[in-house]
Each structure stands twice: as structure tokens, then as C-alpha cells.
Design a protein around this ligand. Structure first.
Ligand code: HEC
Length: 152
């Protein structure tokens, strides 16, 4: 019992201490001239799906959930955001070259169809990201249209 109490004591101390490790949750400002939905004049229906299901990890308009402020969960959230933005950042769309954009759109279609995106761990905490098949179709149709039109 004594060992258990000691372990619990140090665990509480450790969890408390890690709360003080600073985490950067500021978003870079979004320039209209670089922003996917502004540049492509994306229909509002598509914009809404993107905002609800993709923006938290693939844009500079991340809304941090409450658990993003509790270490160690916050570390996992932040790493998903950093990694997500590296793969695809809708807010910095025009900064990517044509090949990268083409790859991002093609990958996005695949990920949405295979239901790999939005990330499974994210959806239970974000009911609006639980996309219906119809919403998935709207997104993939839109991305395919852009790919075909080579407007990117
Ligand atoms: C909770 C965070 C999160 C959300 C929400 C999310 N993604 Fe991702 N996404 C990631 C991470 C992390 C990666 C990189 C690791 C991986 O591929 O699993 C990624 C990778 C990707 C990639 C690159 C895949 C590749 O093969 O290079 C695409 C495309 C993508 N996401 C599209 C989307 C789309 C479209 C949505 C919305 C329908 C979305 N994601 C929602 C976190 C997220």
C-alpha cells in the first residue's frame, strides 16, 4: 500500500509539473490571397464541411479543444496539428507548387473515400466531423472538379 501511495504521489506531482510546459496555440494569420477557399471561391456548402472536418489540423484557423490544454494529451494534439499542416495547409494553398497541390488534392480524395480522414481519434470529440457519405461525396467531387479543371 505504501509503494502504491508513493507512486500515486509522484504521478500527481509529475502530471502537475508537466502542465507548466508551454505550448504555442497561436494561429498564424490567414492571408486571403493564399487561402484555398478565397482563391478558388469555394461554395459555402463545401467550406462548411472543410471547416468542420479538416481545418483544425489542416489550416491556420485551428480551434483548440479543451483537452488540448491538458498535458500529456496536448502533446498529441499539437503533434497532429503540426504534422497535418505539413501535409496539407488550406490557409497557405498558393504557397505550394502545382505538383504539390495536385498531390494534396489527389491524396485528399483518397483519404476521404477510404475514411482515413478526418482522423478517427478526432471524430468522437467533434460530432460535426463525423461526415455522412453524402458530405464525403460533396468534398471529393469538388476536389476532382478542381483537379480536372487544372485551376490550381
Ligand atoms: C485531428 C487532425 C486531423 C484532421 C481533423 C484531419 N486530418 Fe488529415 N492529416 C492529419 C495528420 C496528422 C496527417 C499526417 C499523417 C497521416 O497521413 O496520417 C494527415 C494527413 C492528411 C493528408 C496527406 C496524406 C498523405 O498521404 O500524404 C491529406 C490529403 C489529409 N490529411 C486530408 C484531410 C482532409 C481532407 C480532412 C478533412 C476531411 C482531414 N485531413 C482532417 C490530421 C488530421
Amino acid at each position: 500500500m505504501k509503494t502504491f501511495t508513493t507512486i500515486l504521489f509522484w504521478l500527481v506531482i509529475a502530471v502537475s509539473v508537466i502542465q507548466f510546459i508551454p505550448m504555442d496555440t497561436t494561429n498564424k494569420s490567414v492571408k486571403k490571397s493564399e487561402n484555398f477557399v478565397d482563391v478558388l471561391n469555394t461554395p459555402s456548402e463545401v467550406q462548411e464541411i472543410l471547416k468542420n472536418a479538416c481545418y483544425d489540423c489542416h489550416s491556420n484557423e485551428t480551434v483548440y479543444p479543451y483537452y488540448a490544454f491538458i498535458a500529456p494529451f496536448s502533446w498529441s494534439v499539437k503533434s497532429h496539428i503540426n504534422e497535418g499542416r505539413e501535409h496539407l495547409n488550406f490557409s497557405e494553398w498558393t504557397t505550394f507548387n502545382k505538383d504539390l497541390k495536385q498531390g494534396m488534392l489527389a491524396n485528399a480524395i483518397e483519404e476521404i473515400q477510404q475514411k482515413s480522414m478526418p482522423m478517427a481519434a478526432y471524430v468522437p470529440y467533434h460530432p460535426k466531423a463525423n461526415l455522412t457519405d453524402a458530405q464525403r461525396k460533396i468534398l471529393t467531387n469538388y476536389f476532382s472538379e478542381i483537379l480536372k479543371s487544372s485551376k490550381f
